[in-house]
Design a protein around this ligand. Structure first.
Ligand code: OFO
Length: 161
């Protein structure tokens, strides 16, 4: 693994924690609106992001590389409407996909097959992350503006295990 890949993986640890931080923020925004199910969905997502960060953290250590933790930035903007919250989540996942692809490019250029193999999991995961974020937007579209629809959406998202 070259130094650039090592630095990018270290930065990605922060990106994943930031994603978790963002989802916690979105959870709070939904909770305060009474959307407890959506808040639950985002809380679980925040946990998942922490796991993603730890997968990279452990990979670096397993490879005998230094883990260098950096400051976290709050990635979320000032959103209050549920549609904007869902869009924000999708935009963020698209951004995370770009960052993963960028590390992959670097590993590819360096013929770092082990890191490419390691990153394959993240490439697949990002496909799922984007799909989930789009599915939430579709659910919102289906719910429409009536209270019953929103209640159903909240129940559905609250069932996430
Ligand atoms: Fe770590 O997948 Fe979302 O951001």
């Amino acid at each position: 693994m070259n130094n650039k890949t090592k630095a990018l993986l270290n930065e990605q640890i922060a990106r994943e924690f930031e994603a978790g931080y963002m989802y916690l923020d979105l959870a709070a925004k939904c909770d305060i609106k009474g959307l407890k199910g959506v808040a639950h969905w985002y809380r679980l997502q925040a946990e998942e992001e922490k796991e993603h960060a730890m997968i990279i953290y452990n990979y670096l250590l397993d490879e005998g590389k230094d883990v260098v933790l950096s400051s976290l930035h709050m990635p979320v903007h000032d959103v209050t409407e549920l549609k904007d919250i869902f869009k924000e989540a999708l935009q963020h996942e698209l951004y995370i996909t770009e960052t993963i692809n960028n590390i992959y490019d670097n590993a590819y250029d360096d013929c770092d097959y082990r890191t490419m193999h390691f990153l394959d999991w993240f490439v697949n995961e990002q496909e799922e992350e984007e799909r989930n974020a789009r599915a939430n937007l579709e659910l919102l579209e289906l719910a429409g503006s009536c209270g019953c629809g929103m209640l159903r959406l909240d129940e559905t998202m609250g069932e996430r295990k």
